[in-house]
Ligand binder design. Structure first.
Ligand code: IPD
Ligand code: CA
Ligand code: CA
Length: 278
């Protein structure tokens, strides 16, 4: 299966689409009506909507593919993480936004085949945007082909990034990178939903994205969509992307080397320049 047939990829894409649309519908049913609670680390929120959307997504995937392994954010693993066929599922990417009724969140569903993301669907229920891709089949938004931007230089770029929930505990918190790249570009956005950040690189609304501290369910779908839209996805140092590292550099390709070089130069901010968090 490390070389899946087109027919299998198309089928998996259709099932992932059905699942993402089901998950998105549930998110909108609960939107504005649920309370969030911290599920472990400060700031890492969960709501009943996360769990209900995940249950609906799992029901669709497991009905069609009962033998495939699953790695889902809220319910964890079913089967082993190293399985040949592993679905990585984030039922609500952007829970902090959702909890604050900031309408920027998505369902993100990716299929890893032999450890490589090969099918991806991201559904943003607020805009009704359905991003899809599978290896060799191209990338679409609402069934229309998409491609990355032609922006040629970092100076002309609009980037996006994010900050992981361990940002209070580690000097590797991405603050220095955010500062430096804000200074070197036309801007750096912080969307709060890694999957939509990647989808927007894929469709050319943004030119590049980097982030650390992510999980496979944040990345799997978006990696396929950016790659199939003609973008480049690697580690910060341009070595091959490895999903378990949680670190990604995804761009339109044209700015990739320049952005990588700048990221590698940056030193963390000294911890004493930050206010104490309570
Ligand atoms: C988070 C979002 C955010 C990113 C965090 C993720 P969640 O996912 O994608 O943009 O910066 O690192 O954990 O918790 O909302 O599913
Ligand atoms: Ca997420
Ligand atoms: Ca989530």
């Amino acid at each position: 299966m490390s070389d899946p047939s087109t027919q299998f990829l198309q089928r998996a894409l259709e099932i992932a689409t059905e699942a993402a649309l089901a998950g998105g519908a549930i998110l909108q049913t609960y939107a504005g009506k649920v309370e969030a609670r911290e599920k472990g680390r400060p700031g890492d929120l969960v709501t009943v909507a996360d769990r209900a959307a995940e249950a609906a997504i799992l029901q669709v995937i497991q009905r069609h593919f009962p033998d495939h392994a699953i790695l889902a954010e809220e319910s964890g693993s079913q089967g082993t993480r190293s399985s040949e066929l592993l679905w990585a599922i984030d039922p609500l990417d952007g829970t902090t936004n959702y909890a604050h009724q900031y309408p920027f969140y998505a369902c993100s569903i990716g299929l890893l085949i032999a450890g490589v993301p090969q099918v991806g669907v991201i559904f943003d229920p607020n805009r009704g945007d359905l991003f899809r891709a599978a290896t060799g089949l191209g990338a679409t938004c609402n069934r229309q082909p998409i491609q990355v931007s032609p922006t040629p230089t970092l100076r002309q770029s609009l980037l996006v990034t994010g900050f992981a929930y361990d940002r209070w505990e580690t000097p590797d918190n991405n603050y220095a990178e955010f500062c430096a790249l804000t200074h070197l570009t036309q801007g750096v956005r912080r969307g709060g939903a890694a999957s939509i950040d990647l989808a927007y690189v894929a469709c050319g609304k943004l030119d590049g994205y980097w982030e650390r501290g992510l999980s496979p369910w944040d990345l799997a779908a978006g990696v396929v969509i950016v790659t199939e839209a003609g973008g480049t996805v690697t580690a910060y140092d341009q070595s091959p992307f490895a999903i378990e590292t949680g670190r990604i550099l995804a761009t339109n390709g044209a700015i990739h080397a320049e952005l990588s070089q700048e990221l590698l130069k940056i030193q963390p901010l000294p911890p004493d320049c930050l206010p104490r968090s309570s």
